[in-house]
Design a protein around this ligand. Structure first.
Ligand code: SF4
Length: 365
């Protein structure tokens, strides 16, 4: 058995750590690229969303590397996510790959499902080894997300543009290469220290823009035109509430105990949308309402043809909380150059809004 999994942001790092520690034969497909997207788009039904196409591209690339078992986190929600893996498996078989997809039903079996899955691919490794490998993977995941949060703060205010990105790239690779807790702790502290020491513009007062939308495109930079880096170049601080570590913590451990991290956001959305509509549409509406005072603007990432985000996009203009929202559709047909032009125009609008508000405050003072 040779195991693999599709990409979603830095998810491959904890997964690699777990598989490595348990001695599983695995391959990680190449990082997402134009080839991944082209392969996925070529063999997907035309109207499907970009997460389906990208992950199918990863699966084909993994199969080319000899993978015969794919682990795919997923669940059975209201949208088509629930039948993703069966369709992808059929496509792979039609292409001649003898491959099995094991879907991890996170939404149904939580932590127990994850443990069963790991034991299955490790031929029933002892529990203590599985738990220890899983814990190490989670520690890596937390370190990666901590670095990413810090990079979001430094990018818009660094004096030499690109410094934070360079540190980030090195940090991610160093964390990925650690094999024990001591090294991991040292690497994390070292790179956090480097980020703290980046020379920044102390007078800068960057615009704050939230990034929300469908889970996959928010977390996978290739599918959403590396939007956070592009906003950093425009001197904008990005705020994002979705991180893989947070999602893991809640969906595997805290949700089964009745602690729902989304209750606040659902409550905020309720005057405009009363129920779950699948995917992350309910949360997208709630984010706009909840962060109205905190953000200068909101970027809403929506896969083209994604029903939940189409609903959210149509509700957002009607809320009384009127922060500007820019919806960006993510698909293989959309060119990055066009997205950057729209981002520049959006940032111009936010700067003007801030200037006008400042002038109004001065007049009334
Ligand atoms: S939420 Fe949207 S993008 Fe995600 S699987 Fe469902 S339809 Fe596709």
């Amino acid at each position: 058995m040779r195991v693999s999994l599709p990409h979603m942001g830095n998810l491959y790092i904890p997964c690699r750590a777990i598989l490595e520690q348990l001695g599983v034969d695995y391959v990680i497909p190449p990082a997402n690229s134009q080839r991944t997207l082209s392969l996925g788009s070529r063999y997907s039904p035309e109207g499907l969303c970009i997460p389906f196409k990208m992950t199918l591209g990863n699966m084909i690339e993994a199969a080319e590397m000899g993978a015969d078992t794919l682990l795919v986190p997923g669940g059975y929600g209201i949208c088509r996510l629930g039948y993703y893996t069966r369709v992808q498996e059929q496509i792979l078989h039609n292409l001649g790959y003898d491959i099995e997809i094991i879907q991890l039903g996170v939404s149904e079996r939580k932590f127990a499902g994850m443990m069963d899955l790991i034991r299955r691919v490790t031929n029933n490794a002892p529990w203590h080894r599985v738990l220890s490998a899983f814990r190490f993977g989670l520690t890596k995941l937390n370190a990666v997300d901590q670095i990413e949060r810090m990079v979001q703060k430094v990018r818009p205010v660094e004096l030499v543009q690109g410094t934070a990105n360079q540190i980030y790239t090195k940090a991610i690779s160093a964390i990925d290469n650690t094999d024990d807790y001591d090294t991991l702790k040292r690497v994390r502290a070292d790179y956090l220290g480097q980020l703290k020491q980046v020379t920044t513009d102390q007078q800068a007062h960057p615009l704050i823009v939230g990034v929300t939308g469908e889970f996959y495109v928010v977390l996978e930079p290739f599918s959403s035109f590396d939007i956070e880096r592009e906003l950093g170049k425009l001197r904008v601080e990005v705020r994002r509430t979705t991180f893989i570590s947070g999602w893991t913590k809640f969906s595997l451990f805290l949700n089964p105990l009745g602690i729902n991290e989304k209750s606040r956001i659902h409550k905020a959305a309720r005057p405009y949308l009363k129920r779950d509509i699948g995917g992350d549409g309910w949360e997208s509406v709630g984010e706009k309402v909840l962060h109205n005072k905190e953000y200068d603007g909101l970027i809403h990432l929506a896969p083209f043809t994604c029903m939940p985000e189409i609903i959210a996009e149509n509700i957002m203009p009607s809320t009384k909380e009127n922060i500007p929202v820019l919806t960006i559709l993510c698909d293989e047909q959309i060119a990055k150059a066009g997205v950057i032009t729209r981002l520049e125009a959006f940032v111009d609008l936010l700067e003007r809004k801030r200037r006008v508000q400042k002038d109004q405050r001065r007049v009334t003072a």
